[in-house]
Design a protein around this ligand. Structure first.
Ligand SMILES: Cc1cc2nc3c(=O)[nH]c(=O)nc-3n(C[C@H](O)[C@H](O)[C@H](O)COP(=O)(O)O)c2cc1C
Length: 325
């Protein structure tokens, strides 16, 4: 299947694995790229640029196909060593960077000069247009359904994607709620050139996370996620658990007076305990509503092949029937 996204990134299938904290290690990125999609290493999960350089080297050893690195620009006071991370990306021969969070404008000249394509993750048409205006090559349009940070506008993909298609000239992928061939065909129908998946890729054999995380996703329904940190304008969609219920109680009782420090126990530094140790009540961790569509833990290749076969069957059989009727 050729789309503007497969052409832009030099990949076989229009499927991207979004950056995920403590999930997007070389093992998963390489598996997705080897399966014909675009795997992405999560930059900030590596504590230093040197560690990122090492992770990129490990990934090159596992795949000869293109893969990317996610750089999330956090609204924190003490900023990570972004120039160091950019240098590791360029020295590592990376050709695709997925940016997210704050505006990536400052870093675009260095990346573009080195021939790197930049796909920026946006949760609104407004931000997508900004990404286009500053010179990003593509956008990942993240709807309200998504795991992680859906922004503050709460527009689901059935509206957000066609709105993006109406306004954007650069290609975009649909992100949030994507799981299977039906998702891919729907994304294409709504104007996207492919799809980005987070939660679905966690429940795969190669995802280097504790088995408890995969089973929690398989067991969860579409009703089991919660939005937290809205009052801090840092809304995150997470899987419900004891820590999340505690966090929500604090949000209710403190209201507008809530500060980050009040919930630090539930949100800070919890990812290694969840993803590595499988301590599922350690805190709040990102998960999409799409968990309701995830029923198994296939290999990445089985998943990608199944998605492509299903998408082609839907287009060639089910949809073709309606067109000829
Ligand atoms: C566990 C987890 C961690 C994530 N960490 C990041 C991150 O560090 N940076 C980022 O840009 N997006 C992150 N995301 C968002 C994903 O890249 C992707 O946009 C999102 O998962 C898409 O929605 P879906 O889960 O419905 O597929 C994370 C998502 C999950 C589920």
């Amino acid at each position: 299947m050729k789309t503007r996204i497969t052409e832009l990134f030099g990949i076989q299938h229009p499927i991207i694995q979004g950056g995920m904290h403590f999930v997007g290690f070389a093992e998963l990125a390489a598996a997705v790229s080897n399966a014909g999609g675009l795997g992405i290493i999560t930059g900030l999960t590596q504590r230093t640029p040197e560690l990122l350089a090492n992770e990129i080297r490990r990934c090159h050893e596992m795949t000869a196909k293109p893969f990317g690195v996610n750089l999330t620009f956090l609204p924190t006071v003490t900023s990570p060593d972004y120039p160091g991370y950019i240098k590791a990306i360029l020295d590592g021969g990376i050709k695709v960077v997925e940016t997210a969070g704050n505006n990536p404008q400052k870093w675009l000249p260095a990346l573009h000069e080195a021939g790197v394509k930049v796909i920026h993750k946006c949760t609104s048409v407004r931000h997508s247009l900004k990404a286009q205006a500053i010179g990003c090559d593509a956008v990942s349009v993240d709807g309200f359904e998504c795991g992680g940070h859906p922004g503050e506008d709460d527009v689901p993909n059935f509206i957000l994607l066609p709105r993006a298609a109406e306004e954007l000239q650069i290609p975009f992928v649909a992100s949030g709620g994507m799981a299977d061939g039906r998702s891919l065909v729907a994304a294409l129908a709504l104007g996207a050139e492919g799809m980005n998946m987070g939660t679905r890729f966690i429940a795969t054999k190669e995802a280097p996370v504790h088995e408890n995380v995969k089973q929690a996703i398989v067991a969860a329904s579409e009703l089991d996620t919660r939005l937290v940190m809205r009052s801090l304008r840092n809304t995150e969609r997470v899987l419900n658990n004891g820590a999340v219920e505690r966090l929500i109680e604090k949000e209710k009782s403190l209201g507008a007076a809530l500060k980050f420090e009040d919930i630090i126990e539930e949100v800070a530094g919890v990812y290694p305990r969840i993803m590595k140790e499988g301590d599922m009540d350690a805190g709040a961790w990102s998960c999409g509503m799409v968990a309701g569509l995830i029923k198994d833990v296939p290999s990445v290749k089985e998943l990608v092949d199944r998605i492509m076969a299903e998408a082609e069957a839907i287009i060639g059989q089910r949809l073709a029937r309606f067109a000829n009727a």
